[in-house]
Design a protein around this ligand. Structure first.
Ligand code: ADE
Length: 422
């Protein structure tokens, strides 16, 4: 495959190393491999211009390869300034011929410059993770809106933003919320975020979790995953929540549940996974124990009030790569991992390929669905069609060698009748 005609990556010399990692990941992505084979034959996205704003990882490279095999003209930009794997970005551009715009460590201006480059492709389909691409299209590049058939959104935070846009009547094209698919959030959010958050925390700090007090803020699918994995490594987990049903669930799952302001008094580690801002605020920072480690696994870097923490500090050191130590004016030290950006991607490699396999299969099949049905879709946020969800689960089970039962005709009839009772 030739080098992409346009691209902007930081370390072109790492292309071979990146390509090796992309191939390694592909071995763990059987559903995407299957789609690549069928799409290469059927070309369901032939001639479609597609711009994807995603974390630029080995798994994303494999999604892009599948979309290219389907016939799409694909351009990729980063969906977070600190999640790009520079070797993979290089491989995408120089080994797989995919125009890629991504540098790890971009400042705000350059981050948006790369999104602008992806939009210069004049996409007909957008793939987003966090809704920055869609948001730029609806503000800076409204001239492109007419040409768009539809888009997909990967993450909880993005779906919340897009539903707010739809509610305000501002959303100008249909979006499929990939996050809503069972084959996405039950696995990617729970097992993916669960494992990779712990992975990022440990790579950055090398602390022992056994016996530590580990506070998880938020008990959505991601929070459930983080809590389960931390408990599995022997941490004493406390969950904080604002939603009563989730709090009750956390309590019956065996965790202590309490307000964050109480939890921080004993916390050795605090991880935010809520999607909201300033969850860890000045009042909590004031009450924390010396040496507490703070990390965020939510999409944006707003969950920990870093400006407040800076204002409370007399100096900031860097004891380890990806760890900043804030020395407060009262003498306490608080450590922030990965600048408060998603710790699993900033300090580790993101979710393992085996879960991204399902999320990205949902993405690819949803893009095809948009191509096939855009004429009948409204300017709103849709869930992933159930057939796609089931097909992805079926393919994954097949790849795992797991067989399941089927309903007999009598059982099928029973489920659709009301006459049989006690
Ligand atoms: N989001 C979380 N983990 C990811 C990964 N490995 N690749 C792309 N997006 C991700």
């Amino acid at each position: 495959m030739p080098t992409a005609s346009v691209y902007d990556v930081k370390t072109p010399e790492l292309a071979d190393e990146g390509a090796r990692r992309v191939e390694w990941a592909f071995a763990e992505m059987p559903v995407l491999r299957q789609l690549l084979t069928t799409f290469a034959a059927d070309k369901p996205l032939a001639g479609i211009r597609l711009s994807a704003c995603l974390h630029v990882t080995a798994e994303t490279a494999n999604l892009a390869r599948v979309l290219v095999a389907a016939g799409a003209e694909v351009v990729v930009c980063a969906s977070n300034p600190l999640s790009t794997q520079d070797d993979v970005a290089a491989a995408m551009a120089l080994r797989y011929g995919i125009p890629t715009f991504a540098h790890r460590g971009d400042n705000h201006e350059n981050y948006y410059k790369r999104i602008a480059s992806a939009l210069d492709h004049r996409p007909q389909i957008t793939i987003d993770d966090g809704a920055d691409l869609v948001s730029q299209l609806h503000t800076a590049r409204r001239d492109l809106l007419d040409g768009i058939l539809g888009g997909t959104e990967e993450t909880t935070t993005g779906v919340i933003r897009l539903r707010a846009m739809a509610a305000d009547g501002e959303l100008k094209y249909p979006i499929i919320a990939v996050n809503d698919a069972d084959t996405k959030h039950l696995f990617d959010n729970r097992y993916g975020t669960g494992q990779s958050t712990i992975d990022g925390l440990l790579r950055a700090t090398n602390i022992l979790l056994a016996g530590k007090v580990f506070v998880v803020c938020g008990y959505g699918w991601c929070g459930r995953g983080v809590a389960a994995r931390a408990a599995g490594m022997g941490a004493k987990v406390i969950v904080t929540e604002v939603e009563p049903v989730r709090a009750l669930e956390a309590s019956m799952d065996g965790y202590r549940v309490m307000p964050l302001v109480d939890a921080v008094r004993e916390a050795d580690i605090v991880v935010t996974v809520t999607g909201d801002k300033h969850v860890v605020d000045e009042v909590h920072l004031k009450a924390m124990k010396d040496g507490c480690i703070l990390a965020n696994a939510g999409h944006f870097d707003v969950e920990i009030n870093l400006p407040a923490l800076k204002a409370m500090s007399r100096e900031i050191g860097q004891p380890r790569y990806n760890v900043e130590e804030y020395r407060l004016t009262d003498g306490r030290r608080l450590c922030v991992v990965g600048e408060g950006r998603l710790v699993n991607l900033a300090a580790a490699e993101g979710h393992p390929p085996a879960v991204m396999d399902m999320s990205f299969a949902d993405q690819a099949l949803s893009a095809v669905h948009i191509r096939q049905h855009h004429n009948t879709l409204e300017r709103t946020v849709y869930s992933v069609p159930k057939e796609i969800d089931r097909e992805v689960a079926r393919l994954k089970l097949q790849s795992l060698g797991v067989r399941i039962d089927t309903l007999s005709d009598a059982q099928q009839a029973y489920l659709t009748s009301w006459r049989e009772g006690t």
